[in-house]
Design a protein around this ligand. Sequence first.
Ligand SMILES: NC(=O)C1=CN([C@@H]2O[C@H](COP(=O)(O)OP(=O)(O)OC[C@H]3O[C@@H](n4cnc5c(N)ncnc54)[C@H](OP(=O)(O)O)[C@@H]3O)[C@@H](O)[C@H]2O)C=CC1
Ligand SMILES: [Fe+3]
Length: 349
Amino acid sequence: QYHRTTMNGESLPQRLGNPVIGIIGSGDFSRSLAIRLVASGFSVVVGSRNPKRIPKGLFPDGVELRSQREAVDSAERVIFAAIYPEHYSTLVGLRDGLAGKVLVDVSNATRLDDGELSNAEQLAELFPQSRVVKGFNVISAWALQTGAHDGSRQVLICSDCSDSKATVVQLTRRLGFSPVDLGGLVASRDIEKAPLHLFPSWEGATLVTFLLFLFFYGYNVVKHVLLPYLAHGEHNFYQLPLETVNQTLPAVALILLGLVYLPGLVAAVLQLARGTKYKRFPSWLDRWMCRRKELGLMSFLCAGVHAVYSMCLTLRRAAGYRLLNAAYRQVIGGWNLCVCLSVVSGIWN
Ligand SMILES: NC(=O)C1=CN([C@@H]2O[C@H](COP(=O)(O)OP(=O)(O)OC[C@H]3O[C@@H](n4cnc5c(N)ncnc54)[C@H](OP(=O)(O)O)[C@@H]3O)[C@@H](O)[C@H]2O)C=CC1
Ligand SMILES: [Fe+3]
């Protein structure tokens, strides 16, 4: 590592071959990103409003803690803005230092409703001479530190400057994540909202499972509880929380399993009818095919819960028989039959 100097004679970090990356802000995200960057061989300069206040040991060795201005000047090409968007305007004094550099916006939206401009677009308006790239907002500080695992590997990236985007894409790969290029900066509106959607790919499967459950539960309530009550005055309402649910679950599981296999058949028929497989499926079929894994796992979940329920219900019945047996023995032994039976029937129901 060697040092170059600023106009006022201070030395700034730089390492041959590995560009110096700047990070503005010294919070959770900044710290985790710095750890990851250093581990991947980059030099890092963190720019804080008050670098002296940062406790020793918070950032790993190899990270320089400087003022915001110095960090911006030291960073060769890429600077992360790891601060909340409300504070972007406090950086306008650094405009000249940031000119021509790649400014990465990592912020998230706080609400789902459609505002006009995304945080990244507002940052680009504040710094027209910088190249704003959106990225890393879908990666938690925790995932940055512990390393990427399957679900959190993807980093959604977009920018209006393709060169700068390519730089961030490359950087993302070196950090061990999978970059996904979503096009121009306007895509940042969706990217910023991505973390607000909980398990996005599960929405459809969960809704289908819920609706199927509702339908079959209703059917079973009518068939096994309401009709016997209306026809013969039978009181089967105690079945609602356990038996009826347990009758519903296998039906839901089987239909869901059918929904896993059905789109494959539909697709095959469609290909035969079209006489070619080199044509896109209609989008509804495409989406359905992409959700087969979730549907299958939901089916498995219902079947699993059904198995557990069935086992518990059988155990409950077995306990009932044991009790009946005990009552019988006591009657033989001279107990009052009426007392025993009333106790047993109370527990049985
Ligand atoms: N934490 C996470 O898991 C993730 C965070 N993000 C995004 O990263 C950004 C930073 O988040 P996070 O690190 O958690 O937040 P923190 O609150 O931990 O850190 C924010 C930092 O901003 C700096 N800052 C600069 N200017 C101001 C100002 N005017 N007022 C207050 N603070 C200022 C502060 O550093 P200093 O005092 O040194 O100047 C502060 O440490 C956010 O936009 C967030 O959406 C994105 C994905 C995940
Ligand atoms: Fe069964």
